[in-house]
Design a protein around this ligand. Structure first.
Ligand SMILES: [Zn+2]
Length: 567
């Protein structure tokens, strides 16, 4: 039965609602029924609204605030049904407007309400007096060009729709927020509004988030395309020796076998490994790079092959290793000679059977990973010395690629220097005029023991030390002008310090001195290593180069003599 009613709301008669409010100040909580509430000041909400409107525009902001009211309306409709189960339809319905005024949002005067839950008929016309949203318009936003009571409207739509069990849409037919005399809302079933669809869109999750996701996806795909291109065309260089490497890499990429990259430290082995990966059919899979020398020997197995919970003290949870993470892709094992005998055995099994067991686990796991290994010392020699398994060496050495040192492809240096200049110009947001002729000629005659990595560091230093629109001088590149000929031999002076250049007193004098002083070979070795480490600022790789050793060889000796603590 339809009720047509022009009610005068009795604002004293909603004790059942006010009783729902509980202040639990000692706990820092205010409750309304089972909903936690906040007492917030209007000013801060006003400022927040202004910020939202300014940053995303009125139309989008309107959607946000309509949905804010909508959620609150749904909650209150549920509460009204619970609190007034035995009341008339109209009394239950009126809990909505009463709650609105109880919460301090607005005073509601129902002008006309026709409702019938059975048939779903609804028509409502109500006046809003002293809307909080009109008030913040006055103080924060100024007069709007359209009705401004967004949160209130969202609430009315949700509350009534939930109450009627069908979509009811309210519209503000006049609003003080946009200069009208009164705030009047009118509500009826969605079908009776000609533009219902357009309006309802406000209640859907805002498309801005989908737009962001879309953009992010595009960005990711662009980034990986870019990476792939960089990988594919990283070949910065036109020298014959570099071209030869590129051709080898192309062939290696097509195959499935392991690749062994050989060459001094700093020649760009990881970049080459990534190129192989990106040019292979595994390009969409993961690329995992591991420097075996950087992981302590007793952790290397767990790191590479994973570990089960409780496998050893400190293994608090099961964890997958780098091989499992590289499944379907490529793993790059730099300084592979550093692997412990047990890790070598497991690696061999992965290569032969494509399976592994985590440390402390007896479950066998299948992995499909392509291995690219690299070393800057001779694996053959390591095999001879019993430090590296021969069978593993043969497995890894199927496709060896020798990467030339920078000094053997100096004609590529200007190109590489240009590449790094671009990189650091972007990184430091400045633009130099590039290397001076003198600086470049110094670069072209330097022997570059640290190869491309050293060049990169030198160029970075040059960019940092040079002002905008100025030329990078040789002083900006090198702290002290480097030796440009063949490196002169190192020697020890009378105090035991290492010196460059030929000894003053003719040959043999320093060894005579040492022998004469009764200094042992161990002491000589230790003194040399300490001095080299000092000159290299404790950088083991640099010190190794000074001593003409490989990094692992020096690291081994340093540990043995106690100069470098085990870490
Ligand atoms: Zn209004």
């Amino acid at each position: 039965m339809a009720v047509s009613y022009k009610p005068q709301l009795n604002y004293t008669d909603f004790k059942d609602l006010t009783e729902q409010i509980h202040f639990q100040s000692s706990e820092g909580k205010i409750w309304f029924g089972e909903q936690r509430m906040l007492l917030m000041n209007l000013t801060s909400l006003g400022a927040f609204r202004r910020e939202i409107v300014n940053s995303m525009g009125a139309e989008r902001a309107k959607g946000f605030f309509l949905r804010l009211g909508y959620l609150s309306g749904l909650k209150d409709a549920e509460l009204a049904r619970k609190l007034r189960p035995h009341c008339s339809e109209l009394d239950i319905f009126l809990a909505g407007p009463q709650l609105h005024s109880l919460k301090g949002m607005v005073k509601v005067i129902p002008l006309e309400i026709d409702l019938d839950q059975e048939t779903g008929d609804f028509y409502g016309r109500l006046e809003w007096i002293d809307s909080w949203e009109v008030e913040i318009c006055k103080t924060e936003l100024g007069q709007m060009s359209e009705p401004a009571c967004w949160v209130l409207l969202g609430y009315a739509c949700a509350y009534t729709s939930s109450f009627m069990g069908r979509e009811i849409i309210f519209r503000e037919v006049s609003c003080r927020g946009c200069g009208d005399e009164k705030c009047i809302i009118e509500g009826k079933p969605a079908e009776e509004w000609p533009d219902a669809k357009e309006f309802s869109r406000h209640f859907k999750a805002d498309p801005i988030i989908e737009e962001l996701y879309d953009l992010q996806e595009q960005l990711n795909s662009l980034r990986s395309t870019l990476q792939r291109q960089q990988g594919q065309y990283y070949g910065i260089g036109q020298s014959a020796s570099y071209n030869k490497v590129c051709k080898m890499i192309d062939k290696a990429a097509q195959g499935k076998v392991s690749v062994l990259l050989l060459g001094e430290t700093g020649v760009g082995k990881e970049v080459i490994a990534k190129s192989v990966h990106l040019r292979s059919e595994r390009a969409d899979g993961p690329f995992i790079a591991v420097n075996c020398a950087a992981i302590p020997p007793d952790l290397i197995e767990a790191e590479l092959f994973g570990v089960e919970k409780g496998a050893y003290t400190g293994a608090n949870q099961a964890r997958e290793g780098r091989f499992e993470r590289a499944h379907g892709g490529t793993i790059f094992l730099d300084e592979v000679v550093e692997l412990t005998p047990r890790a070598q055995a497991t690696l061999l099994r992965v290569l032969q059977e494509g399976e592994l067991e985590r440390v402390g686990d007896n479950r066998t796991r299948k992995v499909n990973v392509r291995v690219i290994a690299a070393t800057n010392e001779s694996l053959e020699q390591a095999v001879e010395e019993g430090r590296f398994r021969a069978d593993l060496f043969y497995r890894l050495n199927v496709f060896p690629v020798q990467i030339p040192a920078l000094r053997d492809r100096l004609e590529d240096l200007p190109l590489l220097a240009g590449h790094f200049l671009e990189k650091f110009h972007a990184q430091y947001e400045k633009r130099t005029l590039g290397l001076s002729d003198k600086a470049l000629s110094l670069c072209m005659s330097y022997h570059w023991p640290g190869n491309i990595r050293e060049l990169e560091n030198v160029i970075e230093r040059g960019v940092i030390l040079t002002d905008n629109i100025e030329t990078i001088s040789q002083d900006a590149l090198f702290v002290t002008p480097p030796a440009t000929d063949k490196q002169p031999g190192e020697r020890i002076d009378e105090e035991g310090n290492m010196r460059s250049g030929p000894p003053e007193g003719g040959t043999g004098s320093w060894s005579d001195t040492i022998l004469g002083a009764g200094i042992s070979l161990d002491e000589v070795e230790e003194t040399l290593m300490r001095q080299a480490m000092e000159q290299a600022n404790q950088n083991v790789s640099k010190a190794a180069r000074l001593l003409g050793l490989t990094r692992p060889a020096l690291a081994y000796r340093l540990k043995k003599s106690g100069i470098l603590a085990e870490s």
